[in-house]
Design a protein around this ligand. Structure first.
Ligand SMILES: Nc1ncnc2c1ncn2[C@@H]1O[C@H](COP(=O)(O)OP(=O)(O)OP(=O)(O)O)[C@@H](O)[C@H]1O
Ligand SMILES: [Mg+2]
Length: 357
């Protein structure tokens, strides 16, 4: 097999998105560096790329905070791998177009671009609650399998309805009406998540070795929020559910466990080891996306180099796929980006972007 195909963003236009009234960014196909002081919009620009391509922000699960203050909506459009995408959000309604054709469902839209996001907040993958790690799996799942998001949405709908009825103390018949959609979508989701974690394990171990420069006994385990028969366990937990007034078993309780030498990484790993584990989870994600879609994702790296020691920085840069389009932000151009000859440098100041090189 030849080199994987590369996803590449050719252009993005932002209108009334966060601090930008209007902005156009045309990155190179390879290595792009966006330099600027704090609060100039570096993270917002990467966020816009992620929203344009994946309809998801790594910073928020709702679109309202993305609208520029005092405005009624935002619009993002751009070209990725030759396809034109547009997302508009106004009055709580999201509208999508692919090559100027309005889309009823996001399926075709989401088939265009793939993204991996690196940020200092990735440490939350170790320190944060299980929801952070489920979101990590979901972000990958939605990019690998077009059925992943529909399963997740169906599960969340059934779960919310059930919880609402449990809170209201509704009759059993009403609550059980949501058991079937909950179980069907939950089992499908658990199968997808298990397959992702199985594929991720060797890639993660390899990444840990590359980032730390040695063997580390760090392992990943997928723990399902139900034991074996989801439907039976749901029925068996009925009296407890009524007491706690919400659904107690299911994939909303899934956990991705991170162990170092058999101990939980969150309490056992040093700061440096936690950083290695977080970077390795992201590197493994890049490789999984490349493997499963036969195309390198667009890599968005938000100001992470200042936080990394020189050795980890060098190892990360060396191990990012050569063929991937990379868009990095930094506050400090003096941070060492190694020997990169074909680097495009953009300066960002007062919500304007200038190409320097
Ligand atoms: N919805 C919004 N409307 C207008 N401005 C916003 C909105 N959301 C955030 N901002 C502002 O946009 C500015 C840029 O934020 P952003 O996080 O992109 O900066 P940054 O360049 O990444 O900074 P840092 O280097 O500190 O990470 C900030 O001043 C922030 O307060
Ligand atoms: Mg930032």
């Amino acid at each position: 097999m030849g080199l994987p195909f590369q996803h590449a963003l050719e252009e993005i236009r932002l209108i009334q998105f966060r601090c930008f009234e209007s902005l156009v960014f045309r990155p190179d196909n390879h290595f792009n560096l966006i330099v600027g002081p704090n609060a100039q919009g570096k993270t917002s620009l990467l966020e816009a790329i992620c929203v344009l391509l994946r309809l998801q922000s790594p910073r928020t699960s709702i679109f309202t905070p993305l609208i520029s203050h005092g405005r009624g909506g935002f619009s993002l459009e751009g070209t990725c791998s030759g396809r034109h995408l547009q997302v508009r959000y106004e009055m709580g309604v999201r509208k999508l177009r692919v090559d100027s054709v309005e889309q009823k469902s996001p399926r075709t839209y989401l088939s265009v671009g793939r993204v991996a996001w690196f940020a200092n907040s990735d440490g939350e993958l170790i320190r944060g609650g299980s929801g952070t790690r489920r979101r990590y799996l979901d972000f990958m799942g939605s990019q690998i399998d077009p059925n992943y998001m529909p399963h997740l949405r169906a599960y969340e709908r059934a779960w919310r309805s059930r919880n609402f009825l449990l809170k209201e103390g509704a009759a059993g018949k009403e609550i059980h009406a949501f058991d079937k959609p909950l179980v069907t979508s939950g089992e499908a989701l658990a199968t997808c998540r298990q397959a992702i974690v199985d594929a991720l394990k060797p890639l993660f171990s390899q990444a840990v070795k590359e980032i730390s420069g040695k063997e580390e006994a760090v392992t990943l385990h997928y723990e399902r929020g139900f034991q074996s028969d989801f439907h039976q366990e749901l029925l068996a937990s009925e009296s407890e559910e009524r007491r706690f007034r919400h659904t107690l078993v299911g994939v909303h309780r899934d956990e991705l466990r991170l162990l170092l030498g058999g101990e939980p990484a969150v309490t056992f790993a040093s700061e440096g080891q936690q950083r290695t584990i977080a970077l390795s989870l992201k590197l493994a994600q890049v490789r999984l996306l490349t493997e499963q879609t036969n195309a390198a994702p667009i890599l968005l790296l938000d100001d992470i180099f200042g936080e990394l020691d020189a050795e980890r920085r060098r190892r990360l840069l060396e191990n990012l796929p050569k063929e991937a389009q990379k868009i990095l932000t930094t506050t400090d151009l003096r941070a060492n980006f190694g020997d990169i000859s074909d680097i495009a440098i953009f300066e960002i100041a007062q919500n304007q972007l200038y190409r320097k090189k």
